[in-house]
Design a protein around this ligand. Structure first.
Ligand code: GLV
Ligand code: GLV
Length: 331
């Protein structure tokens, strides 16, 4: 009997081809350009041995039970895996894969740095201003921003993406690096003069704070009222990790009250909704000191192809008892 694989949304062809090339796999894919309706998902995954999921699909007990006892691997087409109930997977003997790889780390670090530069030099605001025909003459004080060069960057989470960001910031822009992490990275400390500090110190001393932690119970609302108050009035917060790592309402208030200088966000607490509480008088979308982008930090052809390959390799590895490149260690 062939092993049934279901791909919950159209992903780059390279991953689909790799799975289809397996003679003993029967590969199905939801090809419509929309998020798969939950009911359809639960029907389609019935009897599956492998599911290739995207980060907006909740892979919870309901989904695992709908798939049934054949299911051996859920391979997430993402670096994050907070959409998957790891405990439930472990109880059922289902492996969980994610898709970290160099291409993704580089793409996310590039995008994060692009946000940092764009916010600092007011590029998005300036573009809007120019389009609106407001540029009438050169002005000594028009759109003054701040130098990035030699400033202090606080990297919250020195994993693969945090490290790729650190390299750019330290080597390309002469930035001083502070970081928090569970582990001390002596090599990075030496190479980039990075310094491991407590979160409070990082927040107090950094001109830019960039978040690179996974979403876990321990990182939910890691940045809230108290932490925002620790930041410099001239500092910027950048989030390309996961929305709920920041208490979005607290951030909004801090921005409205100019407690920090600005923010650049690629992810949101109530994603894809941009403001959790639409009745609130504070709105991210109304703030000119904020850049908001639609969760695209890894959206390069190179990174997304690589993610598709890793996800496919995870499925092939687990179902054929070979080495899988990126299985999540479940405690
Ligand atoms: C994107 O957010 C990812 O986790 O890959
Ligand atoms: C700016 O355009 C300058 O010449 O300084």
């Amino acid at each position: 009997m062939k092993k049934k694989i279901f791909i919950t949304r159209n992903i780059p062809a390279v991953g689909v081809k790799m799975l289809k090339a397996q003679k003993d796999f029967d590969v199905h894919i939801y090809r419509r350009d929309e998020k798969i309706p939950r009911k359809t998902l639960l029907q389609k995954i019935k009897g599956c041995h492998g599911i290739l999921s995207i980060l907006t699909e909740k892979m919870d007990t309901q989904a695992m039970d709908a798939a049934g006892p054949n299911l051996k691997i859920i391979a997430n087409y993402a670096v994050g895996f907070d959409n998957i109930d790891l405990k439930a997977a472990k109880e059922r003997g289902i492996a969980v894969g994610n898709a970290p790889c160099d291409e993704v780390s580089e793409a996310v670090a590039e995008f994060t740095f692009a946000l940092l530069l764009a916010r600092s030099r007011r590029i998005v605001e300036s573009d809007k201003y120019t389009r609106l025909g407001k540029y009438e003459e050169w002005h000594p004080l028009l759109m003054l921003g701040r130098d990035v060069y030699a400033k202090t960057l606080g990297i919250v989470g020195l994993g693969r993406i945090g490290q790729a960001l650190c390299q750019r910031a330290a080597k390309g822009f002469g930035m001083k690096i502070l970081y928090t992490d569970m582990r001390q990275n002596k090599e990075f400390e030496k190479e980039y003069k990075a310094k491991k500090v407590p979160l409070a110190t990082l927040l107090k001393k950094s001109d830019y704070v960039s978040l690179h932690v996974p979403l876990l119970p321990s990182t939910r609302h890691l940045i809230g009222v108290k932490q925002l108050k620790m930041m410099k009035k001239t500092a910027y917060l950048i989030n390309t990790a996961r929305g709920p790592v920041v208490h979005e309402k607290a951030l909004l208030k801090a921005l409205y009250k100019n407690e920090i200088a600005g923010a650049a966000l690629d992810v949101y607490e109530c994603e894809p909704t941009i403001d959790c509480d639409l009745t609130d008088r504070y709105e991210l979308r109304k703030l000119s000191n904020v850049i908001i982008t639609p969760h695209i930090a890894s959206a390069t052809i190179e990174a997304r192809d690589a993610m598709a390959r890793v996800a496919a390799e995870n499925i092939i590895g687990v179902l054929k008892n070979r080495k899988a490149p990126a299985l999540v260690k479940i405690k």
